[in-house]
Design a protein. Sequence first.
Length: 266
Amino acid sequence: MTLAEHLTELRHRVIVSVAAVLVTTIVAYIFHAHIMHFVTHPYCSLPVRYRLVKNRCTLVVGGVLDPFTVTLKVALYAGVLAASPIWLYQIWRFVTPGLYTHEKRWATGFVASSVLLFAMGAAFAYLTLHKGLRFLLGFATGGLTPLLNFNSYLSFVVAMILIFAVSFELPLLVVMLNLVGIVSAQRLRHHWRAVIFGIFVFAAVATPSQDPFTMSALAVPMCLLYGVAAGIATAHDRRVARRPSTMYPDLSDDELAPIDDEPAVP
């Protein structure tokens, strides 16, 4: 394909992706009440002492246009998430023509794994949201009553979900580094103490709530996933070690092989 044909295809993929996001956003806006209930459930599930109005779950907005803008923002988030299979497929269809067959197999596995890990991280973050909220709102003592703004609450929820979802991609990154020969399984096993310490430090800094429970809820699964990645790397290195030796076993990986400049005999 020429450059113009590539640009034409890219435009087509972008148009399809944007149209899918618009359609799902409109549908999400129609059902925004159910989505709002899903988003606010972690806060509404807390005991009544954490609320300003005891007999109902209330989040406030600060402007005349805020009810419309926050509803549109929630619908857009939901629309992008709901349309993700479509725009991910469009990206895949644009990239795959330039890949070989074995590269497509590897890419398929990595894409499927990344989507699964991302979804696992997002679900785990949502399940632990109420613990972080309870810890933070528990400091409202001595006559203090929390008055939560929906914009700040939504930013907190989105940040928690994104941080957990992206952090759960750690084993995929480790496996990729091992497959390309940058990190060996032996090194992964040797430095496991430093890695676990770094994971806990990262979890303490990255989590918006920065409470011990949320930090542990992020760090412990990351440590387990690191162990799974180290096991996959070990199996890969053992399989590579069992392969037959190359034609030049005396040469290192960065050393040039000799060139046979004699013409072949017909």
